[in-house]
Unconditional design. Structure first.
Lengths: 357, 443
């Protein structure tokens, strides 16, 4: 039952990062590449129509995590207190940026909300990447110092950073040189994804230019990916053991690799959907590979005193998981149906859609 | 430790209070929008359709605010109340996750379609999307109330040796005797808020002699919905809730009614008075004998236990705040019924649109249903203290063990600043929409 729920939640989270990921990416593209007012408006609209129904996947994932793995939810949310609250604030700035820009017709008003949308999207992409980096790096569970635990073994608290910015110390912070690398990977990946979304959904004047941007970013992504794998070996020498033990897990890195290689041919790809699919594979492959590398652990312990959090030692009762499984499946089917209906009805380019609330 | 709990509670209270400004309007307003849309389908008079779309604009701004202030609520269970989440997540996670999956999704997916899809779908489907938005928002209320009902009156659980609550009976969560009365009371109260908003905008247009045709429609609709909902809030739903409190949380009941000493026979109902916690009595009291016993038990002489019957630690920790919240709610509710009765009478005599004093009064009354809704929730939440899960888990045992008070104060200040900004923007935008009025609809 734990494995079922793990898969469902991982799926919902991955869908969130794929769907809202293009909103974040669109924000980054908007921030750096959109210069003309017409482009700015259309690009903001391509995210503005969808952000709230995409964000629902985050709410759903949060709720399910809370229900199925309450100990994990409690430990991680309180342990990453500051970064999570900052993420909340950024989510608010992102949303009001999108919703408010069209409300008044003053240039200054629009500039303020464009910046709010763009900067918070960029920081959200970075923070979500850093979060993933933290999960695979692990934390000092129990707050152990010189063999003495400060808290119960499944609690911890992380500062935003410590003075060395190193993942190899006893008390690493949220931001260190390993997690920041993963954060940068997330930013680059989501920018590519967002650029593909803009090309797919709008007739903006920068579409052609964006293909060149994607190509360059893809080179950067390849370098960053190799670099991060190398650093990961330093942080955790056993990081790839899971793949050696269970070779079928290699499907996940393969998904990532397919996306990465495919995107080098971006200029030759005629169908915008195919390009979007490739960047979707990047996100899906990236997240699933990271999770698979530590499975069934969901938060590694970096000390020897306390054991890592796994899907088994953080879950609720079997009855709760089973009964929730019934409505969970029904709910999941509904979610997918709603998403498809909505995206169908609001399909095609967004340029001429009536959007002004 | 004391500091920590204080800031955690303050942050939750602040963020939930601000959050609940928005859903209470969207839940009730969605019903009124569906009504306008339905009238349009029946009569084909453009006015009703414009009214529906006008309020959907206001709905959309409120919905956005509700979403962005709602996500911090879900997160805060984990960030600030980790121990509570760890111990009870297996139970309240069920209803909260269902809220996300079944209602929030419905609402947000179909809201986009309602706003952008009228031409695309035709009128009948457009009505249906509006109805689904309504259904989603009310289902949302249902799941949140189910969560709260479990905290007020826990059912269907089992406590393991390590102190964790696990689910034993799923359907008990929804057949909880606390749930249905609380849900109906809450939904009716949200209809009260929306009716007053609709009527108040109507009064504004009529007084200002601008778009008077819509002003009259809004006034009439607001007054009719307002009277029905104000009556239903008091009876039977309010009455039903009070009886539940008397039955399941007798200490809370004594505190919110301000009964310091148990009376031999029937208990009096307090109308006015200030709790004096030093001398344990009410100052400046005006009370009517025996009424409370009759209202609660339909027996004039039934004894009702006062606060002297309970141990200190069983009583809510802030009795004056609880007492005031409850009495403000009841007092305002009574005023709403009076105003709406008068307005309906004038409407029937065809004098409402010209009787300026009442129109001004209705217009400026608009913050008060919000206050009544929020003090109502304060009554429920302060009344449940000192527990998170009534009788079983103390509030002080629910906080995150690792988050320091300094960190919580930092984020609290951040939330205050951010929400001030949000509130200001919200007022500007809603003010602009109201000022433009339904006639200037672009779509």
């Amino acid at each position: 039952m734990e494995i079922f729920w793990y898969i469902i939640i991982a799926f919902v989270l991955a869908v969130f990062f794929i769907l809202d990921g293009y909103d974040f990416g669109t924000g980054i593209v908007h921030l750096f590449f959109a210069k003309k007012e017409k482009d700015k408006q259309v690009i903001a609209k391509s995210a503005g129509l969808f952000w709230d129904s995409n964000e629902v996947w985050l709410v759903a994932a949060g709720g399910m995590l809370f229900m199925a793995f309450p100990t994990f939810y409690a430990s991680v949310f309180s342990g990453f207190y500051l970064p999570l609250i900052i993420v909340l604030w950024l989510i608010i700035f992102r949303a009001i940026g999108l919703e408010f820009r069209g409300q008044l017709n003053y240039q200054m008003w629009k500039d303020i909300w464009d910046t709010s949308f763009g900067v918070s999207s960029l920081l959200l992409a970075l923070f979500f990447g850093i979060a993933l980096g933290n999960i695979i790096r692990g934390v000092n569970l129990g707050g152990v110092e010189n063999g003495v635990s400060a808290y119960e073994g499944h609690y911890f608290f992380l500062p935003l950073w410590n003075s060395s910015f190193s993942p190899l110390t006893e008390h690493p912070g949220v931001i260190d040189w390993f997690t920041i690398t993963i954060g940068l990977i997330a930013v680059v990946t989501l920018t590519i994804h967002g650029a593909n979304w803009v090309i797919l959904k709008t007739n903006s004047s920068i579409n052609l230019k964006l293909k060149g941007v994607i190509f360059k970013l893809n080179i950067a992504l390849t370098i960053l990916t190799l670099f991060s794998l190398f650093m990961w070996q330093i942080v955790n020498p056993n990081s790839l053991n899971n793949f050696a033990d269970k070779p079928y897990l290699l499907i996940f890195p393969l998904i990532y690799l397919t996306g990465l290689i495919g995107l080098f041919f971006i200029k030759k790809i005629k169908k915008d959907r195919v390009a979007f699919l490739l960047s979707t594979m990047l996100i899906l492959g990236g997240i699933t590979s990271s999770l698979a590398s530590i499975f069934p652990i969901i938060l590694p312990s970096i000390n020897n005193t306390h054991e890592s959090l796994t899907i088994y030692n953080t879950s609720t009762s079997n009855y709760g998981l089973s009964v929730a499984f019934i409505w969970g499946i029904i709910g999941l089917i509904l979610l997918v149906i709603y998403a498809i209906i909505q995206k169908r009805l609001l399909g095609g380019k967004v340029d001429d859609m009536d959007y002004g609330h | 430790m004391e500091d920590m709990i204080f800031y955690d509670r303050l942050q939750f209270a602040f963020t939930i209070t601000f959050h609940y400004i928005f859903p209470q309007l969207t839940m009730g307003l969605s019903l009124i929008i569906v009504y306008f849309k339905w009238k349009y389908l029946r009569s084909n008079i453009e006015k009703y359709n414009n009214a529906a779309k006008f309020f959907m604009k206001i709905f959309a701004v409120n919905f956005t605010m509700g979403v962005v202030t709602g996500i911090p609520m879900e997160f805060q269970f984990g960030t600030n109340w980790a121990k509570f989440s760890e111990l009870t997540g297996g139970i309240i996670g069920q209803t909260l996750a269902m809220e996300g999956m079944f209602s929030f999704f419905l609402e947000s997916s179909f809201l986009a379609l309602f706003i952008f899809g009228e031409k695309l779908m035709g009128q009948k489907l457009h009505f249906l999307t509006g109805f689904l938005v309504f259904l989603g928002s009310w289902a949302s209320g249902w799941f949140i109330l189910a969560t709260n009902a479990w905290m007020q009156h826990p059912v269907g659980y089992e406590i393991l040796e390590n102190g964790k609550f696990v689910l034993e009976n799923f359907s008990a969560l929804f057949s909880n005797p606390w749930l249905l009365p609380a849900f109906l009371h809450n939904q009716m109260a949200s209809v009260v808020t929306s009716s007053f908003v609709v009527a108040s905008i109507g009064a504004f247009y009529v007084i200002r002699k601008k778009q008077v045709e819509y002003g009259k429609l809004f006034l009439k609709t607001g007054v009719i919905f307002g009277l029905i909902s104000s009556l239903l809030v008091a009876f039977p739903t309010g009455d039903w809730n009070a009886k539940n409190v008397a039955k399941y949380q007798p200490a809370t009941f004594a505190a919110m009614e301000g009964i310091f000493e148990t009376e031999e026979a029937g208990a009096e109902i307090v109308l006015v008075g200030q709790p004096n916690m030093v001398e344990k009595k009410l100052d400046n009291k005006i009370a009517v004998p025996n009424i409370l016993s009759f209202l609660t038990h339909q027996d004039w002489n039934q004894q009702i236990p006062g606060m002297d019957q309970f141990k200190e630690e069983e009583l809510p920790d802030n009795i004056p705040a609880l007492y005031y919240s409850y009495h403000i709610m009841v007092g305002l509710g009574t005023i709403f019924i009076g105003v709406m009765l008068l307005a309906l009478f004038l409407l029937w005599r065809k004098k409402l649109y010209t009787f300026k004093p009442l129109l001004w009064f209705i217009m400026f009354l608009v913050p008060f249903p919000y206050i009544a809704n929020i003090t109502g929730w304060y009554t429920a939440e302060l009344g449940r203290q000192p527990y998170l899960v009534y009788g079983l888990l103390k509030t002080s045992d629910g906080v995150s063990p690792t988050v320091s008070s300094g960190n919580t104060l930092f984020t609290l200040l951040g939330f205050v600043a951010l929400y001030m900004l949000l509130g200001f923007l919200f007022l500007v935008l809603v003010g602009k929409t109201i000022n433009e009025g339904p006639k200037l609809q672009k779509h």
